[in-house]
Design a protein around this ligand. Structure first.
Ligand SMILES: [Fe+2]
Length: 281
């Protein structure tokens, strides 16, 4: 294993040179280290050894095949207005406990903070809750671009392999609708929608399972970040199809609302119905 004290050995180690910026940023985030930006590239956690006089490794290029996460069909069971929550289970909820965690990245392999992730899935019996919001919930990535979902392993239903639905959206970005899959499922071989690029890494953890998946959203991270305060509030009524930024103000139903989270307005996500996105002012 290369060490920071031996940068020459690092440079000769093809395995080390092949490390992706994404994976190192992920490691930095997991370690609680805030990646720094230097010269348009990421100053990685391991580069911090430069402060003590060691030679810097070249910044790995973002060429590790991290194409944006592919879209998939929404299916018939999506419902807007899901509650904001990271856990879809209560004590005693039947099923094998499952934690899904990971990061959301942009095209430049930098983490996306405040990304909206809206999950929905079948219960242990393979049934969707179309009357209520069972096994439905949305959340936002933290400052490191990280998310964690607590749920149970979804049950099977006719015609499909095991999967979790998700909509992912960077602040101000377009919605990616896709699905996540489980390795080792016999039906993966026969489900026409299944795509191996959407397989989670899943391991057993005590009585439950832990899955990981990193989303890569098709967002340009090369330019300056948009103002988080939204200094140019659009006048007028809330309008589906319009992109709103945090701080934007709209009117709806005779009331005024302030945008809490940049997003693309969608029918069904009207301000009174989405307290995670809009606050009445
Ligand atoms: Fe489904």
């Amino acid at each position: 294993m290369p060490t920071p004290e031996d940068p020459g050995k690092d440079a000769r180690d093809p395995q080390r040179r092949a490390v992706s910026r994404k994976s190192v940023l992920k490691a930095a985030a997991l370690a609680g280290v805030t990646p720094l930006l230097v010269g348009g590239g990421a100053a990685l956690a391991r580069d911090r050894s430069a402060a003590s006089g060691a030679t810097l490794d070249p910044t790995p290029a973002c060429d590790d095949g991290d194409a944006p996460t592919i879209p998939q069909t929404e299916g018939p069971y999506f419902k807007p207005n899901s509650p904001q929550r990271t856990s879809l289970v209560l004590p005693g909820t039947p099923g094998v406990p499952l934690t899904v965690s990971g990061f959301v990245f942009g095209r430049s392999c930098l983490p996306v903070a405040g990304a909206l992730l809206d999950f929905w899935q079948a219960d242990v019996n393979g049934a969707y809750d179309n009357a209520g919001y069972g096994f439905r919930g949305h959340q936002f990535t933290d400052a490191r671009g990280a998310f964690t979902l607590r749920t149970v392993v979804p049950g099977l239903y006719p015609g499909r392999t095991r999967h979790i639905h998700v909509k992912a959206q960077a602040p101000g970005g377009r919605v990616l609708t896709t699905q996540l899959y489980f390795p080792g499922e016999p039906r993966n071989a026969t489900d026409a929608i299944f795509d191996a690029r959407l397989l989670m890494n899943v391991r057993q953890s005590g009585p439950g399972r832990e899955g990981t998946f990193d989303f890569v959203l098709d967002v340009d991270q090369g330019g300056p970040s948009p103002s988080p305060t939204g200094s140019q509030p659009p006048a007028g009524a809330w309008t589906p199809g319009r992109t709103y930024r945090a701080g934007d103000r709209v009117s709806y139903g005779g009331a005024a609302y302030s945008c809490l989270q940049a997003h693309l307005a969608t029918v069904g996500w009207e301000p009174p119905a989405t307290p995670a996105l809009w606050r009445r002012v």
